[in-house]
Write a protein that binds this ligand. Structure first.
Ligand SMILES: NC(=O)c1ccc[n+]([C@@H]2O[C@H](COP(=O)([O-])OP(=O)(O)OC[C@H]3O[C@@H](n4cnc5c(N)ncnc54)[C@H](OP(=O)(O)O)[C@@H]3O)[C@@H](O)[C@H]2O)c1
Length: 302
């Protein structure tokens, strides 16, 4: 991922919805093993998921009661997590009445250390700033990254939901390259293709990670014209490519982009992880790719 970045799986498993899956302990451990066995070894977290509880639920399950995840298991996975959002009215961290962001040096270091504890690991593979903070002092944020890196607590860094100029600003203060910008991107949300975000990733060889790559499930449930057009065209192309499902074609559409997108799935079902991993085998022609673009925009290609 990125220049000299970590070896990550092209399909990433996201844990935002872990609380809603309602699984923990051995069931969650089984799901993690299933992901790893399918080659989906990069696991995406954030400190705020599950109202600041999901990292801990994950860490407890994967460490199996131990103080730390066993080395033999830890070496099979890459842990991505995020910090910087201070949730209002949190049940687990009360006292914040107005939601805000914090990218100050001490805050980031403290948040990363809390994630290390909760995930039961000695290092985070990739730490992201979760959302752009208009009060970000790039020198401070970079100083936090350098400290966490030199202490061996975080190996690589990235951002999430950053505009190209926000990313350039932070990069200008860092001695090492950011490896990713994790952004919302799917057949139903194609703005990053056209607003310079993916251009910058390709220019700087930063890997984009696509969150909600199936539009958070709306690809299957929305009844608007865009969703209906997309379901029809994706299904047609699924047949043309040898009997693939529409969600596999939606992922293949992201994978086809030259910036090297890493889709971050949100399912808690191992059979759907398998289906996503199988999308890696689909190769879309340019014509098929642009038919999906047209189904998304509702326009012909100019
Ligand atoms: N950086 C950020 O700001 C940010 C923001 C949001 C998310 N994320 C990351 O991105 C990850 C993915 O986001 P997401 O959960 O929105 O991704 P998604 O994969 O677009 O959506 C997942 C949802 O779609 C459903 N789904 C999947 N396949 C389906 C199918 N064939 N038919 C019907 N429903 C289906 C899933 O239900 P089932 O569980 O039943 O399969 C789940 O509810 C998160 O876990 C998180 O790690 C990051």
């Amino acid at each position: 991922m990125g220049i000299d970045g970590p070896e990550c799986s092209r399909i990433v498993a996201g844990f935002w919805r872990l609380k809603h899956w309602g699984i923990s302990g051995s069931t969650l451990l089984d799901f993690v093993h299933a992901c790893l066995d399918m080659g989906v070894s990069t696991l995406d977290h954030a400190d705020v998921y599950g109202d600041y509880t999901s990292e801990q639920v994950f860490g407890e399950a994967v460490a199996g009661g131990g103080a730390r995840i066993q080395d033999s298991l830890r070496s099979r996975m890459q842990l991505v997590t995020k910090c910087g959002i201070c949730l209002q009215h949190s049940h687990t961290r009360p006292g914040i009445d107005h939601q805000h962001y914090n990218t100050d040096r001490e805050y980031i270091i403290g948040a990363a250390e809390a994630s290390l504890e909760n995930l039961r690991t000695d290092f985070i593979d990739v730490l992201l700033i979760h959302r752009p903070d208009v009060l970000m002092d790039a020198d401070e944020t970079a100083a936090a990254f350098e400290k966490l890196h030199s202490d061996g607590k975080v190996r690589f860094f990235g951002v999430s939901n950053f505009t190209p100029s926000q990313l350039s600003l932070l990069q200008s203060r860092l001695p090492f390259p950011l490896v990713t910008n994790q952004i919302e991107l799917s057949v139903m949300h194609i703005e990053p293709l056209h607003d310079g975000t993916l251009d910058q990733c390709q220019e700087r060889r930063i890997a984009p990670m696509a969150w909600s790559p199936l539009a958070g499930g709306r690809l299957f449930s929305d009844q608007n014209e865009q969703a209906q057009r997309l379901r029809r065209v994706l299904s047609e192309i699924g047949q043309e490519t040898g009997g693939h499902t529409l969600e596999q074609v939606a992922l293949a559409w992201l994978l086809r982009h030259p910036s090297g997108i890493f889709p971050v799935t949100g399912t808690g079902k191992s059979e759907r992880i398998r289906s996503a991993a199988d999308a890696l085998a689909i190769s879309l022609s340019r014509e098929q790719w642009f038919r999906i673009w047209s189904a998304s925009t509702g326009t012909g290609v100019p």
